[in-house]
Design a protein around this ligand. Structure first.
Ligand code: SF4
Length: 209
């Protein structure tokens, strides 16, 4: 399995924000979002090739059985994920995905954080079939114009608004703070859940946090 990094932190985004979690960041992404904060993962050969047993052992070193598998696009390596999770039967597992690839991990994943890409990413994507009871949809919002696109998306894919989170675009602490105030007002008026980027608020734009 091609691994970018493994680290222990708190989940900074989405419905489980604040939860201590081991992050397994996998290498490779088929998309090229303009504002991507993890371009270092794009190359499928970046990071290091690790044996599944060694990855599981590293994950078990941390005092937490909450695992977030992210990337890059982790579903590019889903057969390896399936095999890895056999070694971690007690872990609660979240997958961060763009939602643009078919998944066969539904039986082993507890929930998906699906982040469909809008026009603001530079590579708008179609949504594949994800189990709605296990999926939250997190949209990166860059400007007010994104709202109409998000509403169209929710209508097209019949997504329950209770499963939707809006998150400010930005990779710097100051940028996130400014956009958070603006986006919080939009969330209030649209009655949609806000997602912070808490790890950036706490540690700034650093890797392995
Ligand atoms: S899908 Fe995620 S990892 Fe891939 S380019 Fe977009 S933001 Fe970056």
């Amino acid at each position: 399995m091609q691994v970018s990094e493994i680290f222990y932190t708190i989940q900074g985004e989405g419905i489980t924000v604040g939860q201590p979690a081991v992050f397994l960041r996998l290498s490779g992404c088929h998309l090229r979002c303009g504002w991507c904060d993890s371009k270092f993962t794009w190359d499928r050969k970046s990071g290091s090739k690790m044996k599944l047993e060694d990855i599981a052992a590293k994950i078990k070193e941390f005092p937490c059985e909450h695992l977030v598998i992210t990337g890059g696009e982790p579903l590019l390596q889903q057969q390896h994920i399936l095999d890895l999770l056999k070694l971690l039967p007690d872990h609660y597992v979240e997958i961060e995905t763009s939602g643009s690839l078919d998944t066969f991990l539904n039986d082993v994943v507890h929930h998906y954080n699906c982040s469909p890409k809008l026009e603001n990413s530079g590579n708008k994507t179609k949504l594949k079939d994800f189990p709605r009871e296990k999926t939250y949809f997190k949209f990166v919002v860059d400007s007010a114009e994104d709202l109409s696109e998000i509403k169209e998306f929710l209508k097209e894919y019949k997504i329950d608004r209770k499963k939707v989170l809006l998150m400010p675009q930005g990779i710097g602490k100051r940028e996130i703070t400014q956009r958070s105030q603006w986006l919080a007002e939009i969330c209030k008026s649209e009655n949609l859940r806000f997602s912070p980027r808490l790890h950036i608020n706490i540690w700034g734009n650093k890797r392995k946090v």
